[in-house]
Design a protein around this ligand. Structure first.
Ligand code: NAD
Length: 524
């Protein structure tokens, strides 16, 4: 029986002890310790999650290393088949997956479905492109005819995957897919708030045909279990806050292993003078409040031309006021809950601090304990001053601030302000917007969309500039990060330093002539 069928639909009765036992059996643990998870939907306990010890992490790496050797020898065709099966299984099991996402993260069902779609897109994309991305490639040799070179993307080995709670299915599975597809094994620590959904995703990977031992799961605090992973991994894929990302970068540097760090943002939207104001306002609602704003690429600051400011403000605020908040496992609510007390405290503090520093609340501005313990209304501010925490600092919640601008030059400068560079959104005529896009310091820029034009286009790399991270997920970049390009050169007929019978000076002269010829040969 799927979790979704286990009516009545309260979070406590949905996650049955049998189902929890099935899922938590996938965690490598011997400590005997557990930790209770709480659902943000209603504050009820969800499950007792076993905690792993350092010895468990050690054992996970040992098992992963053994499994990786065999896995790296499997054919790309076999991996492709498993990826396509995963695609189908995720769509087939979407009801249970969405239930678990909602129960552990509190988000609305529509926002939970975004994760299902993203995993399916990612599985299909890598299945179809695997051969092209991973096949050995010929490159130009130093001397035509004499030298040939082939580059082979070798798997790194065992990847340490540390994933967050906000997109708990896709940030776990979609980042893991290219790692195993490239021939690696994984030791994974999902966030302590959302282990069940990550485990349900991994269970589907196994059903799809990926060997169980190549994706090891451990559970526990980031500072303990996460650190133990970083101390052992051949590569680290981390998604989370900039503060933790910097810590991980230092630890990885000390071991000389590389990492991808998908971190925070303070993402801007510019409404250009040519924008259709109603469409921009509707797009802004989606861009700011998906997953209650707990989305790395969420828009938190909106720049609007002075002459269109009042019109945009009215259109945006009216839409925000009509958003339906709710905590049920159905499709009725537009927006769900925040994930935790600590998220609620951050959002509450940012709004209070902005108001104390001169801002005005245009919509929302308060918690909704009547709906669930951590609900907070989608909130719009204006008049936020530079001294307010939310002016440049990431809220990671349902809080958006409006600012008028005079010229497009001003808007670009404002959007490029601050230390982050993850995502940006531009609304207006595509030709005008495209000309501005390349001037924005952000890893992704979406025109007439908030974030999904790039995030959903899994063929395109996604990640941050500046304090928003290092490396990219998605696209060829997203799989090649998990590989070491190995160059294999073959020399024929004579050595690189010339035939042994020739004096070095003679060879240098000959080579000088040869290089001059090559300089004039366009394709050499
Ligand atoms: P966080 O950094 O506190 O935690 C993220 C993960 O790291 C968790 O699994 C946690 O247990 C682990 N962790 C914490 N401390 C660790 C340590 N010292 N060593 C190893 N692992 C450790 O982040 P959070 O507050 O839970 O998540 C929200 C943040 O994540 C926001 O800043 C958001 O912008 C960012 N985020 C970024 C992206 C992206 O793709 N750029 C996506 C989602 C979230």
């Amino acid at each position: 029986m799927s979790v979704a069928e286990a009516a009545p639909k309260t979070t406590s009765s949905l996650v049955t002890p049998e189902r929890v036992a099935e899922l938590t059996a996938l965690i490598r643990t011997t400590s005997g310790e557990t930790r209770t998870t709480i659902s943000p939907m209603n504050g009820e306990p969800v499950a007792e999650i076993p905690v792993s010890s350092i010895a468990d992490v050690e054992a996970a790496f040992a098992a992963a290393r053994t499994a990786q050797e065999a896995w790296s020898k499997t054919s790309l065709r076999e991996r492709k088949k498993a990826l396509l099966r995963l695609h189908d299984l995720v769509l087939e099991h979407q009801d249970e997956l969405m239930d678990l996402i909602q129960i552990e993260s509190g988000k609305s069902r529509a926002h939970a479905f975004d994760e299902i779609a993203h995993v399916a897109l990612t599985a299909r994309f890598y299945a179809r492109r695997l051969k092209k991305q991973l096949k050995p490639k010929r490159r130009n040799g130093a001397l035509p005819l004499l030298t040939s070179v082939t580059v082979i993307p070798q798997p790194k080995g065992v990847v340490g995957l540390i994933s967050p709670w906000n997109y708990p299915l896709t940030m776990a599975v979609s980042d893991g897919i290219p790692a195993v597809a490239a021939g690696n094994a994984i030791v994974h620590k999902p966030d302590s708030q959302s282990p069940l959904i990550a485990l349900a995703g991994i269970e589907l990977m196994r059903k799809a045909g990926f060997p169980a031992e190549i994706w090891q799961v451990v559970s526990g605090a980031g500072s303990v279990v996460g650190t133990a992973i970083i101390e052992r991994a051949d590569y680290i894929c981390f998604t989370g806050s900039t503060a933790t990302g910097k810590l991980i970068a230092q630890q990885a540097a000390a071991r000389l292993v590389s990492c991808s760090l998908e971190l925070g943002g303070k993402n801007p939207m510019i409404v250009l003078p040519s924008a259709n104001i109603n469409k921009a306002a509707a797009g802004a609602v989606e861009a700011c409040f998906s997953s209650a704003g707990q989305l790395c690429v969420s828009i938190e600051r909106l720049y609007v031309p002075e002459e269109k400011y009042e019109e945009f403000k009215t259109a945006f605020v009216t839409r925000v006021e009509h958003l339906a908040l709710g905590a049920a496992l159905d499709w009725d609510a537009d927006i769900g809950s925040l994930v935790s007390q600590s998220q609620l405290e951050t959002v509450t503090a940012h709004v209070k601090d902005a108001v104390a520093n001169g801002a005005t609340v245009l919509a929302g501005g308060k918690g909704r304990p009547d709906l669930g313990p951590y609900f907070y209304e989608p909130t719009v501010l204006e008049g936020v001053t530079e001294s307010a925490e939310c002016f440049a600092g990431e809220t990671f919640g349902p809080l958006a601030s409006l600012y008028p601008y005079k010229t497009t030059e001003d808007a670009v400068a404002l959007a490029n302000g601050g230390e982050y560079g993850l995502n940006a959104s531009l609304w207006g005529k595509p030709r005008e917007a495209k000309a501005i896009a390349s001037r924005i310091k952000a890893g992704t820029v979406n025109i007439n969309e908030g974030f999904s034009a790039t995030f959903g286009s899994v063929d395109a790399p996604m990640g941050g500039m500046r304090q928003s991270g290092l490396g990219r997920r998605q696209g060829a970049e997203g799989i090649l990060r998990y590989t070491e390009p190995q160059s294999i050169g073959v020399q024929r007929l004579m050595p690189m330093n010339g035939p042994s019978a020739l004096q070095a000076r003679t060879w240098a002269k000959l080579l000088t002539v040869g290089l001059k010829v090559l300089r004039r040969t366009p394709r050499a």
